[in-house]
Design a protein around this ligand. Structure first.
Ligand code: AHG
Ligand code: MN
Ligand code: MN
Length: 334
């Protein structure tokens, strides 16, 4: 039985047997993410002290400026998972193509691929605002022992075996699911140990927070505009309050605890919105559903979308179930 104050290490061992494929491989993988999280956390924490902030000069495949910490986090997560020899492939928001990991050990039977947004909310780094890391884990669909292919990565979100995020906030936390609810662990930085602090996290069914970049309002579809006006209307428990950090991880985390909805709709500028299906939306959708919430593109369940490319974007509406359903209702009516 999980209990508060249990360490993440203990929790992983204790829950390993309840996972349907019990080879221990997934546990080792989560352990390596835990390790990389601590290393990246250390670096994020001193971002204000050392000259690591600022653009590294590169732009990523999405055409956005890469901050130095993006590069650092990307390298650390990839290195940790590669060196420990526990995954067969990695795809990252910061890499053009997926990475196939050819183990030195020819008997290697690694079954999992990881998709990662190494540093989410990176525009917040140099202003000392919370950022995060998002990960998504699948079993490969091609035969073990052979190099991975694109098919191993272009799986629907409903095939995920685990997903989670790390939030580098006022405290650093790992929040993850293996399909059996959502648990949150807080880092004690003095001793470098994560403790179970938020067992069985749940989205309240209703909420009073809406999170959307309203600066884009005029470019939003009519259904979203109408829903935003509904949120602002004085009636019943409304008007709702608006909160937008600009880090998906942080906005999601707050809304899961307090009740709320996050929206990154399509707009007349971005026909599919901004967020990436594989690195951001699917893992957050899996967490949302496991926590009794909901994730939609306005019409369809996020996790049922058939991916066609690695860096695909998709409109994203996610959070408390009743709020997401209300927003969908407005989308359908418009
Ligand atoms: P990333 O830093 O990985 O590129 O992701 C940023 C994402 C997401 O975290 C955030 O909610 C959203 O972009 C903010 O976008 P706007 O600045 O357009 O609101
Ligand atoms: Mn991101
Ligand atoms: Mn990112």
């Amino acid at each position: 039985m999980s209990r508060k104050n249990q360490t993440l290490g203990e929790f992983i061992i204790e829950n390993q047997s309840s996972f349907k494929y019990t080879s221990g491989e997934l546990s080792r993988l989560i352990n390596s993410i835990r390790l990389a999280a601590k290393v990246v956390n250390h670096e994020v924490n001193k971002a204000g002290l050392v000259d690591i902030i600022g653009a590294a000069g590169d732009t990523n495949v999405q055409g956005e400026d890469q901050q130095k910490l993006d590069v650092y986090a990307n390298t650390k997560f990839i290195q940790t998972m590669t060196k420990r020899n526990i995954v067969c492939g990695i795809a990252s928001e910061e890499e053009d193509d997926f990475i196939s990991i050819n183990s030195q050990d020819e008997n290697h039977q690694n079954k999992y691929v990881v998709l990662i947004d190494p540093l989410d909310g990176s525009s917040n780094i140099d202003v000392n605002v919370s950022v995060g890391t998002i990960f998504s884990i699948y079993r490969r669909v091609t035969p073990v022992g052979t190099p991975v292919t694109i098919d191993d990565f272009l799986q629907k979100g409903n095939q995920q075996v685990a997903a989670g995020y790390i939030i580098y906030g006022t405290s650093t936390m790992i929040v993850y699911t293996t399909g059996d609810g959502v648990n949150g662990f807080t880092l004690n930085p003095a001793i470098g140990t994560f403790y179970l602090s938020h067992p069985d996290m749940q989205f309240p069914k209703d909420g009073k927070i809406y999170s959307v970049n309203e600066g884009n309002y005029i470019h939003f579809p009519q259904g979203i505009k109408n829903y935003i006006k509904y949120c602002q209307m004085e009636e019943g428990d409304r008007p709702y309050t608006s909160r937008y950090i600009g880090s998906l991880v942080s906005d999601f985390h707050r809304n899961m605890i307090k009740g709320g909805i996050y929206m990154y709709p399509k707009s007349s500028k971005n026909s599919n919105g901004k967020l990436r299906l594989l690195y951001e939306c699917n893992p957050m959708a899996f967490l949302a559903e496991q926590a009794n919430g909901k994730a939609s593109d306005g019409f369809n369940r996020i996790m049922d979308i058939e991916p066609t490319e690695l860096h695909q974007r998709v409109p994203f509406i996610c959070g408390s179930k009743n709020m997401v359903e209300k927003a969908e209702e407005f989308m359908k009516k418009a």
